[in-house]
Structure formats: structure tokens, C-alpha cells
Design a protein around this ligand. Structure first.
Ligand code: ADP
Ligand code: MG
Length: 701
């Protein structure tokens, strides 16, 4: 039986009331008893430790001190007054300060009586002070029962200002435990609890809020983290199972002429082993009677396009149409051109639909799509407009998936009675652990191998002081016939500073690489598109040797002869951006280089980013580091995912628990898909509760 008391509105809890309830809702999202129980401390303070005033250091956080107040005075200030008390413990003197409630506090304070005070200290003008200390008379402190580790709950400025201190939150939770009588129902099965040596739900909740000791606290954390991750995985995997069993897909039984003919006669290279493996995974899905919903990850240049084409050919072989959607017109056009070239001589009709497709052409496309004479449609968002109707869309492939919103992705589904197979491709590597959570209901394929013959881009970090030797190197490369990018950061295109950096840089390069021996292109966001295009074209033609640019070149530029990438103020770029920029070189047969320029002044994070770039070119390793540095919420493609609003677990730190939770969730659902077995009773009840108000159904369907 679930504990219905936990659904009670928080206002009814002793010590809360209507006003505090409003604050708890707006500031912390706590609406019910159950929400408060699941509001966990983010750290604990050892209250067995006492400080002496002469031990205080500038940087101490919260401290606990025993001492007495000797004098109290009211100090007039510009706005109102503040109360200041001199506090001493025999080793030194400090000041206790109140800015609010001075009158009331002054009456309550006792002079020359031992107190235990607790709070954060400030250091100013040679004197330590503690604003709004928590205070308790030493005699009371000794009498009261307390845990060694005091929980500290997350708070907000507003809560603090309205007097809802940590002590008060803690008290509310204590009241809650008394109200509910510690009666929290178990949510996991006995076999899981035994297998992982977990403590019970009840013990865990008690010890997360009122830890008896460090050991029990750790056990409580493990139990609650596991539970949180387990139920997320349970939902994701169940969703996947439902899709596989209930959502029928088109069965592409055969591989026919289109595929075979292309594979034998037209394929311009041998597939890498990774490409072959991924293709096999896709073929298995397509022939399984269930709808495919697969994520294909592969670094820039790993060869995803050819996999997409071969997949589309299988659809054609089974009498279906195929669509490929890209996020920008440039990329859609690029795909269209390369596929048209690859398919030359084969009897396959393929068309491009973007925002700039003319009305007349558009009408033809609509018509041919509906009567089935058009086999493959490439395009941008224009593909998912309501007017675009397919006769029989068998597969939808979405490139650079993270740029599309959830709604757009799911729209591709609604094109038929039966959903087409869906393959989403992304070049932004998502660390496995994150993929498990964010895309846990998708199947994942990875191309983890670059086509042969690619040379790794040599990457170095240089300080501005070494600029001359860098210029010398550039001259040597240019003398060999190579071309060079010099990229400036662009935090905000409208910022005058960025523009000035770029122009200063351009001038110093123009001085160092003078006409007529050197020609320089410059491209930045303030230029008209036609001018940009012109400058770009000069570089593509090889008329200029150096391209000075802001990050506009990040997308869609492919110039194999450009083999040196210089990134200025590299410390200002994020890791994924650095990785993308470096991906612009290393496209030809020559050895390529990436030079990261910085000043000597570097933050700890910036050093890690630079070292990572120098050490590895593996997109997945880089993504892992990025995840550790920035947290999951900032990574591409994760913003839309409710999966990341975790109460206690941490996707980055709790990888092992996540893997275990996933494995066990798979195991449970494989044996008991509907959670009907008596041993899974607790799980089923908790699962139903959670799914009622769950926000994690944000993925593809
Ligand atoms: P991405 O995964 O970034 O979309 P592409 O599909 O554009 O990569 O492939 C990058 C380049 O590598 C293309 O020029 C493509 O023709 C080439 N390529 C792809 N697969 C192979 C392979 N197995 N052997 C050699 N070249 C390949
Ligand atoms: Mg691509």
C-alpha cells in the first residue's frame, strides 16, 4: 500500500502553514509531504567539531564555537540599524551581527552565559564576524539529542530572507517523520535489496535526513541513488519494450537490387569495420517486425552519410520511400549533391526540398511524393510541413539530431499509419553514461573508427609570448602550399570587444604576412552574406592562403588543402567547439596541425580543456571530460530531457550505480514485463506512482 499521507498538501504539516507553503512551492517545488521527504540535504556538517576563535581562518565555511557574549550594542546605519554583540571564548574575540529582528533578538540574548554558536564567518578590518548565527545555550545543547552530522539543505536567498533557515527546514522534516510515523513503504523487491546489500527505504530516508553516523549515511545515499536511477531506467526500458512489442514497423525482409547494385558497383571505398557493424545492427532492426528507433553516433568524418544511403536503399528495395532531414540548408544541399553523385547511373529518383525551393518545383515534389514516383527526399525542416505527404515513407533519417526539437522529431512519425523506421545521426559524441539516461529508450550504434588513411591532427598549446615562432611555422606551411585558418572567439557577435579582437588580430597578421606574397581572407558575422561568400570563395579557390575568421566557419566548411588551424584565445572556447573547429583540418592527405593560443593566465578548467585537446582527438573522450567540467545540463541535446532533474543521483559521478540500475531494470523487465509477479509488487506500485506525474516521456515518441 502506498502511504497516502505523502500526498497531503505541505501546508497541513505542523510548522508550515499557508504562507510558508507558498514559499516552499515557489522556491523549492515542494508541494506535498512526499516532496519534502524527497528533498535531500546536499551536504552535512560535522557538529562534533568545535573551533576556537584563534583558529579561525579567512576561508572557513561554517564553524561551531563555544563562548560568551560580553557586550551588545545597536549600531545606526544608513538604512535601519544593526545589532552587534562581542563574543569571546578566551582565545580571542569576534562579533555576532544581526541586520534584521534586532529588537527581538536583543531581548532574548543572555550576557556572560555560555552559548554554542554556529554559522559562516566573515573577516573584515582584522575582526571575524558571524552574521545571523544559529545559537543555543550550552546547557540546552548538552541536553538535546542530535546527530553528529547536521544536514544542510539547498536553499535560496528568498527563503533565507523570509527566515526559513536550515534549522527550520530540518525541524519541518522532523515533524514530518513524526506525522508519518516513519512509515515509508518499500519500493524495491527483496531480491534486489539482498543482491545489492541495500538498506530498507525506511532506514534510508531516516539516515539521509538524520544520519546516525557516516557509514549509515553512505548506505542511505547509495540506496536512494540506486532507487532513483533504477526507476528512470525502468521507465525507459519499458517504453522501449512496448515499442518493440506493440508498435509494429514495416518489415524490410529483403535486400534487393538497389542495395546490391550500389554496394557492388558504386561504393567508392571499402566500408570500415565500424560501418559494417552498424549497418548489420540496422538491418537486423529493419527486419524485426518492430519499428526501429536508433541513434547513430559517429565523430565528424566517420562516414555516417554512406550508412544513411545504404539504409535508404534497403527501404527502396522493399518498395518504400526514404527521407533524410538535415538542420541547415547548407548541410541538406551538401547531402543532396553527394548522394546524387553517388547514385549516378542508377534508376533512383531523388529530390531536394528546402525553404528556398521554388513553388513550382515544390508542387512537383509534392505530387511525386504522393504518387510514389519520388524515391528519396532530402531536405530541411521543410520536410515536416503538413503539406508534405508521402505515399509510403519507410524510413526517416535525421542528421545532426540535437538541433531538432522533440516535437519536430516526433512529427516525422505522423506521416503514415504505421510509423516509419527512424535513424537519428549525431556527430556530437554523447558519453555512454549520459546516452543511457537521455536516450535510454533508443538503441544506440556507434561508428568508432575513422576511414583509413586519415592522419591525426597534431595539436599544440602555445602562449601568446611564442607568437613569433608560431608565425614562422605558418610561413613554412604556406611555403609548402598549405592554407591556414586563424579563428577568433565569438562569445557574442554584437560585442564590440570580440570585433576589436578580430580586427586587431587581422591587422597584426596583415603586418606579418604582407602583400603581395600573402593574401588574406576575412570572414565575420558583421559582413553581408555576399561579401562573406566572396571571401570564402577566394580561400576555397586557393587565391588566399590565410583565412581570418570568427567561429562562423565551424559549420559546413570542407577545404582539404587547409591544414593548419590556429585558435586564438583558445581558453575562451568550450571543448566541443574546439573539437569541431579542429575537425575543419585533417581532411586532406597532408599532415595537419591545430595550434591553441592563450595567454599565461589560465583557469584550472581552461588548463584541463587545453590539455585534453592536446592529448586526444577521440570525440568520446573529449565529451566525457566536457561532461565532467560542465555537468550534463549544458551538453548538446540534453537540455530537453527531464531525465536530468535528479533528486540525489549524479549522472557523472554515479556511473557505476547507473550501469547496475540499468542492468537490473533490464533483468526485471525481461523476466516480468508487466511487473505482475508478487515479488515485484513493491516495484509495480512505486512505478505506477512515479509514472503518474513523470516528465521523462520526452524522447522520440
Ligand atoms: P560524417 O560522419 O561526418 O557525416 P561523411 O559521411 O561526410 O562523415 O564522410 C566523410 C568523408 O569520408 C566523405 O568524404 C566520405 O566519402 C568519406 N568516407 C566515408 N566512409 C569511408 C570509408 N569507409 N573509406 C574511405 N572514405 C570514406
Ligand atoms: Mg555528416
Amino acid at each position: 500500500m502506498p502511504n497516502y499521507k505523502l500526498n497531503t498538501a505541505i501546508a497541513y504539516l505542523k510548522g508550515v502553514g499557508p504562507n510558508r507553503a507558498i514559499l516552499l512551492k515557489s522556491e523549492l517545488g515542494i508541494h506535498t509531504f512526499g516532496d519534502l521527504i524527497n528533498f535531500f540535504p546536499n551536504r552535512y556538517i560535522d557538529r562534533t567539531q568545535f573551533f576556537k576563535i584563534n583558529q579561525l581562518q579567512n576561508n572557513t565555511s561554517e564553524v561551531q564555537i563555544i563562548g560568551k557574549i560580553t557586550t551588545i550594542k545597536t549600531v545606526q546605519q544608513k538604512r535601519g540599524s544593526r545589532l552587534a554583540a562581542t563574543f569571546t571564548d578566551g582565545t580571542g574575540t569576534m562579533e555576532l551581527v544581526w541586520f534584521r529582528g534586532a529588537k527581538w533578538i536583543k531581548d532574548a540574548l543572555k550576557i556572560n552565559t555560555p552559548y554554542v554558536i554556529f554559522g559562516k564567518t566573515n573577516f573584515f578590518n582584522g575582526l571575524f564576524s558571524m552574521p545571523h548565527p544559529e545559537m543555543e545555550l550550552l546547557v540546552d545543547y548538552k541536553k538535546s539529542l542530535r546527530t553528529a552530522m547536521q544536514p544542510i539543505y539547498p536553499s535560496t536567498e528568498k527563503l533565507t530572507n523570509k527566515g526559513i533557515s536550515n534549522k527550520i527546514v530540518s525541524k519541518m522534516i522532523q515533524n514530518l517523520f513524526e506525522e508519518v510515523q516513519g512509515d515509508f513503504t518499500e519500493t524495491l523487491s527483496a531480491s534486489i535489496i539482498n543482491e545489492l546489500h541495500l538498506i530498507s527505504k525506511k532506514e534510508a530516508l531516516l539516515n539521509i535526513h538524520f544520519p546516525q553516523n557516516q557509514e549509515l549515511l553512505t548506505k542511505a545515499q547509495i540506496r536512494l541513488k540506486f532507487e532513483e536511477l533504477f526507476f528512470i531506467q525502468l521507465q525507459l526500458i519499458r517504453k522501449k519494450l512496448v515499442r518493440k512489442s506493440k508498435i509494429k514497423g514495416f518489415n524490410f525482409e529483403k535486400v534487393g537490387d538497389n542495395f546490391n547494385n550500389f554496394y557492388t558497383n558504386k561504393l567508392p571505398f571499402h566500408l570500415t569495420n565500424a560501418q559494417k557493424r552498424v549497418l548489420k545492427e540496422i538491418r537486423k532492426d529493419l527486419g524485426s517486425n518492430a519499428q526501429m528507433n536508433r541513434l547513430l553516433q559517429g565523430d565528424v568524418g566517420s562516414g555516417k552519410t554512406i550508412v544513411a544511403l545504404l539504409t535508404m536503399l534497403i527501404a527502396l528495395d522493399n518498395g518504400f520511400q526514404a527521407a533524410l532531414m538535415a538542420p541547415t540548408e547548407i548541410l541538406a544541399t551538401q547531402h543532396y549533391n553527394s548522394l546524387v553523385a553517388l547514385l549516378e547511373g542508377l534508376n533512383i529518383s531523388i529530390k531536394l526540398l528546402t525553404g528556398s525551393t521554388k513553388t513550382k518545383e515544390r508542387r512537383i515534389i509534392h505530387e511525386q511524393l504522393e504518387n510514389g514516383t519520388l524515391n528519396i527526399l532530402i531536405g530541411t525542416h521543410a520536410l515536416i510541413e503538413d503539406k508534405v505527404k508521402f505515399k509510403n515513407l519507410g524510413i526517416a533519417i535525421i542528421d545532426e539530431q540535437h538541433r531538432f526539437g522533440v516535437a519536430q522529431r516526433s512529427k516525422m512519425w505522423q506521416k503514415n499509419q504505421l510509423p516509419p523506421h527512424v535513424l537519428v545521426m549525431t556527430a556530437t559524441p554523447i558519453p555512454r553514461t549520459l546516452a543511457m539516461s537521455v536516450y535510454g529508450d533508443l538503441d544506440i550504434s556507434v561508428i568508432d573508427e575513422l576511414p583509413p588513411g586519415r592522419k591525426e591532427v597534431k595539436t599544440a598549446h602555445r602562449y601568446d609570448a611564442n607568437r613569433l615562432s608560431v608565425f614562422k611555422f605558418l610561413k613554412e606551411e604556406i611555403a609548402k602550399g598549405r592554407q591556414v585558418y586563424v579563428v577568433y572567439p565569438l562569445i557574442n557577435e554584437s560585442e564590440a570587444m570580440d570585433y576589436k579582437d578580430l580586427m586587431d588580430g587581422y591587422e597584426s597578421i596583415a603586418r606579418e604576412f604582407p602583400l603581395p606574397n600573402y593574401q588574406i581572407s576575412i570572414v565575420h558575422g558583421k559582413m553581408k552574406p555576399a561579401d562573406k561568400e566572396y571571401e570564402m570563395q577566394r580561400f576555397i579557390n586557393g587565391d588566399t592562403q590565410i583565412m581570418v575568421a570568427t567561429t562562423v566557419i565551424e559549420v559546413g566548411v570542407n577545404i582539404p588543402n587547409a591544414s593548419v588551424m590556429v585558435i586564438e584565445s583558445a581558453e575562451r572556447f568550450g571543448l566541443s567547439q574546439l573539437h569541431q573547429l579542429r575537425g575543419r583540418v585533417g581532411r586532406g592527405a597532408e599532415q595537419s596541425y591545430c595550434i591553441l593560443m592563450t595567454s599565461f593566465k589560465l583557469s584550472a578548467d581552461a588548463k584541463i580543456r587545453l590539455n585534453t585537446m592536446v592529448d586526444t582527438s577521440d570525440g568520446f573522450k573529449i565529451a566525457e571530460v566536457d561532461l565532467k567540467l560542465r555537468g550534463p545540463g549544458n551538453l548538446m541535446g540534453t537540455q530537453q530531457s527531464g531525465v536530468l532533474n535528479l533528486c540525489i543521483a549524479d549522472i557523472v559521478k554515479d556511473t557505476q550505480l547507473l550501469k547496475k540500475a540499468r542492468a537490473i531494470a533490464i533483468d526485471v523487465l525481461t523476466k516480468d514485463p508487466l511487473l505482475k509477479l508478487p515479488e515485484n509488487n513493491f516495484i509495480r506500485i512505486a512505478y505506477q506512482e512515479i509514472s503518474k506525474n513523470s516528465t521523462i516521456w520526452s524522447n522520440i515518441s
